[in-house]
Structures are given as structure tokens and as C-alpha cells.
Design a protein around this ligand. Structure first.
Ligand SMILES: [Zn+2]
Ligand SMILES: [Zn+2]
Length: 418
């Protein structure tokens, strides 16, 4: 059947992922926001939807979903942990916009209606929407992250949307499942580079953290609340460093949710061990009581807010900052890496503490992206969720391998037989 796919966001950019499928049924895949200097939203939807599928909790996929419930209703699908983690992240985003005196784009009521419309779907369980069967598969990115498979029962064709995925296993996630497809919509975040070998990376991270501890300093580890925080804590537990670790901010609440869904992690007993032994910081006062040697695991991962900014100004000379993920242009994290002063409440602070960068990415690197496409074996590949040049060049390289590949622009529609 002739189907139109429109890219409402996340096309030749990273952020505000939103993909609309239109045939006799209208299905929306993700509806996220882009958190740059200001919040950017995906294009609005003008048709009535039959289903909304959420790949995972990160705001660049989930952050605008509540607007779909502002006076409307649509059945929403995603894994059980995804809705809980999404609620945590969206409520925090609402809090931040209130603090910055910005008018939020949707209300708490919209968020509640979204939650009520959400039908949790475990990996491999199926739901029918007209002639289409939707199922979710492990994406190996964060807890609950899913690759979406839509099968047309009349034509037997398979459309797969990877969302964010990682093929290689992480400490708490097994690698993504390769799902066979006729049409593959794939992320392309790191299509231009490889990630370092994970076990070598963990080894040098642990060694460097240990040397800071031995020297009576503080290892400050800014993390993304969902995913990275739990990975780092588990690594610290595995290497007998957990007794020095404290966890603060949203990372703490996200970890509590992750622990409630042990079936969505591997090594969940180690995560449990980590959570039992880490020191939980609940108040600003107890934050002040943290003394060296310590390993502070806290948000925000790019240092644009959160308790990490309290800690960073109090570090002693023997301390070090360990960035553990991608630092977006313009963020304090990026400024630190470039040796520039960071900005807190419009004031500039020169940070003298040394900074290390560890690429604990939860995305597939270049060769794994190619490997996924080859093994999924589609007729058509659509490259999304990558910076403009990266997504474009990825599609061009796939063409050289004989795939019919495109990297659409925002607002563009692609027509397919599905
Ligand atoms: Zn993500
Ligand atoms: Zn993403």
C-alpha cells in the first residue's frame, strides 16, 4: 500500500525526533523536543492519529508527546519502564521552564492524559492497528529502549524504526536485536566515527578514578540521569569503588525506576548491589557534607543545571571532572572541554580542576550502524537522527553498498510501497 512518511523533526539534526506514517492509518513514531539554547519543537500534526509509539524516554523522543493530549486522544504504546522514565524527565523539564519563567508548551494535565492513554507493551508482545501489527524489540540504548517493528499483514512488508540503539552490549544493556526489514528508518548519530573499545575505556576510567581517590580528591562524574548514571554506578560497584560513591539529583530517582524493572537490564544484581551501597544524597544540606575522597555521580550530564554545579565550585585541588558523554555545543560541558569559563546564573566561573573525557556512548558507532543495516537487509534505508552532514554522508555511503538510501530534511515526505 502506498504510504507517506513525513519527517516532522530529527531529520538532518539530532533532537525533536518525530516521524509520521500515513496510509489508511496514521501512526506517529516519537514526538520529542530539541534542547538547544532554547527549546525547539517538531512540526505540528494536522491529521487525526490512530497510534503513537514511543521508542524510549529521552526528551529528544518523548518531550512533546503530552501536546498530543491537549484536547485530543490517541492510544500510546511503549515499554513499561519508558513511561515512568518519561514522566520523570518531562516533569523535570516543566520545573525548569517554570523556574526560567517560560510558559510551558503543555500542561501537567496533558501529561496525565498521556500517561492514561499509554498502553505498556513488553518486548515481543504485539498490538494491531488496522492491518498493521506493531511490536517492540530491545534497542540496547537505555532501560526500556525499543526498536519498533510494524508489519503490514496484507502485504507482509516490514517497516523498522531503530530509535536510538547500540549494537554492542553495555554493562546493564545487552546489545540491540537486529530486526529484519523491508524499509529501515535508522538513527545515524555517530555514522562518522567509531567509539573506543568499551572494556579498555572502563579500565582506564576505573584506574583514573582510583588514582584521584588514592590522592584524597573528589572524582566528579556528571551523568545523564537515565542510562549513564546506572552504568557508571554499576561499573564502580564491579571495581570495588562503590563505597566512595554518592548519587544525587535526578539520577537518584531514575535509578529507583530502573531497579523496579529488573527484566529490562542485564547484570541487574550488580545494579542492585550498587544501589544498596552507594550513599544517597537527598538534600542540599547533605550535599555540603560530602568530603574527599569521594566519587560524586550527579546530573546534569552537560552541566547545564542540576546539583553538579554546586559540587563543581567546591572541589579541592586533588580533584578531577570526568565527562562521560557527548557535550552539545554551547553547554557548560563543552565550555569545560574547550578550557572556557562556565556560566552559572549569568556569572562566569573559570574552573581550574582538570577535566577528562570518557566516551561512554549508548549509540552504535560507524561500523555497527553499517552492520545493522546489512543484517536487517532492507530495500530502502532512511537515515535520521544525525547532524546534517553526518546523516547525508551515511546515506551516500549506503548507496555505494547498493542500498536505496536517503537522508530526508525536516518537513520532507518520502513515499514508499508498504
Ligand atoms: Zn536516546
Ligand atoms: Zn535520541
Amino acid at each position: 500500500m502506498q504510504t507517506q512518511i513525513t519527517f516532522l523533526g530529527g531529520a538532518r539534526e539530532v533532537g525533536r525526533s518525530a516521524i509520521l506514517l500515513e496510509s489508511d492509518k496514521h501512526i506517529l513514531l516519537d514526538y520529542g523536543i530539541k534542547l538547544d539554547h532554547k527549546t525547539e519543537y517538531p512540526l505540528r500534526i494536522k491529521t487525526k492519529l490512530d497510534a503513537y509509539v514511543l521508542s524510549h524516554a529521552h526528551l529528544d523522543h518523548s518531550g512533546f508527546a503530552p501536546i498530543l493530549y491537549s484536547g485530543n486522544y490517541v492510544d500510546a504504546y511503549g515499554t513499561p519502564p519508558t513511561i515512568e522514565l518519561t514522566r520523570l524527565l518531562i516533569e523535570d523539564a516543566l520545573k525548569i521552564s517554570r523556574r526560567n519563567r517560560q510558559k510551558p508548551a503543555f500542561s501537567k494535565g496533558d501529561l496525565r492524559r498521556f500517561e492514561r492513554a499509554y498502553k505498556p507493551l513488553d518486548y515481543y508482545s504485539e498490538v494491531d492497528v488496522g492491518d498493521y501489527t506493531i511490536s517492540l524489540h530491545d534497542a540496547g540504548h537505555i532501560t526500556g529502549s525499543a526498536i519498533t517493528l510494524i508489519e503490514n499483514r496484507r502485504t507482509d512488508k516490514r517497516l523498522v524504526y531503530t530509535g536510538d540503539f547500540k549494537l554492542e552490549a553495555q554493562t546493564l544493556q545487552k546489545g540491540a536485536e537486529v530486526v529484519k526489514s523491508d524499509i529501515l528508518i535508522t538513527e545515524s548519530t555517530y555514522a562518522d566515527r567509531e567509539h573506543p573499545d568499551r572494556s579498555a575505556l572502563i579500565k582506564s576510567f576505573v584506574e583514573e578514578v582510583k588514582s584521584i581517590i588514592d590522592n584524597n580528591g573528589t572524582a566528579l562524574v556528571p551523568v545523564f540521569a537515565v542510562g549513564r548514571a546506572q552504568e557508571i554506578l554499576t561499573i564502580l560497584y564491579q571495581h570495588n569503588l562503590i563505597d566512595y560513591a554518592v548519587i544525587d539529583g535526578m539520577a537518584k530517582h531514575a535509578s529507583e525506576i530502573v531497579m523496579r524493572y529488573p527484566n529490562y537490564s542485564v547484570n541487574e544484581s550488580m545494579l542492585l548491589g550498587a544501589m544498596k551501597n552507594v550513599t544517597w544524597i537527598g538534600t542540599e544540606r547533605s550535599r555540603k557534607s560530602v568530603t574527599s575522597p569521594a566519587i560524586v555521580v550527579t546530573t546534569a550530564g552537560m552541566l547545564n543545571g542540576g546539583p553538579v554545579l554546586d559540587y563543581i565550585l567546591d572541589l579541592n585541588k586533588r580533584s578531577k571532572i570526568f565527562l562521560t558523554g557527548y557535550q552539545l555545543e554551547g553547554t557548560n560541558g563543552r565550555r569545560l572541554l574547550e578550557g572556557k569559563p562556565i556560566v552559572i546564573d549569568n556569572r562566569k566561573y573559570a574552573i581550574k580542576t582538570p577535566v577528562a573525557y570518557y566516551d561512554f556512548s549508548a549509540h552504535a558507532g560507524r561500523s555497527d550502524l553499517f552492520e545493522y543495516v546489512r543484517r536487517s537487509n532492507p530495500e530502502k534505508v532512511i537515515c535520521v537522527h544525525g547532524d546534517a552532514n553526518v546523516a547525508y554522508n551515511f546515506a551516500e555511503s549506503l548507496k555505494l553498498e547498493g542500498f536505496d538510501a536517503v537522508a530526508p530534511q525536516i518537513g520532507e515526505s518520502v513515499k514508499i510501497e508498504f
